[in-house]
Design a protein around this ligand. Sequence first.
Ligand code: CA
Ligand code: CA
Length: 162
Amino acid sequence: MDKLIKSMAFFIGFILFYALMSFAMAGEWQAVWNANSEDDLAGYLLDVTADGKTTTYSVGIDTSFAFFTDGDSVCAVVYAYDYANNKSGPSDVACAAVEPETNRFDLNGDGIVNRQDYLDEIRPRYGSTPENESYSSASDLNGDGIINRGDFLELRKHYGEI
Ligand SMILES: [Ca+2]
Ligand SMILES: [Ca+2]
């Protein structure tokens, strides 16, 4: 019994430090963690929480694991286990968020910069300044404090961008 407790404590110490990183593209994430150096290490379990759903992955003895999720944030906890199936305590929880790439010229957020952005977000605000309710700093593309033709011209340079 003493031996088992000591073994588990050891596991915890070795897996406390790890980091979660993201690859920016396409919802692919990679969790990485420090290796456990015990002789009887049999593998790691990774609990991944994304979109409010937790999935447990058995990742073998690798110290990284890549997975896909559509969620915009993800958290992970890693455990180690030995050949006697003793599971360690959890590591710290590591979380990361996807910073979506947004084009600031896509004013209406439909994924493309085109005339519709002008019609939806600039024309209705034409002539407005920060004192007006219709003013929006996002639509003041050239930042001169008034929404007018200058912002339209700025927008037009970016037509076709996504
Ligand atoms: Ca748009
Ligand atoms: Ca302006």
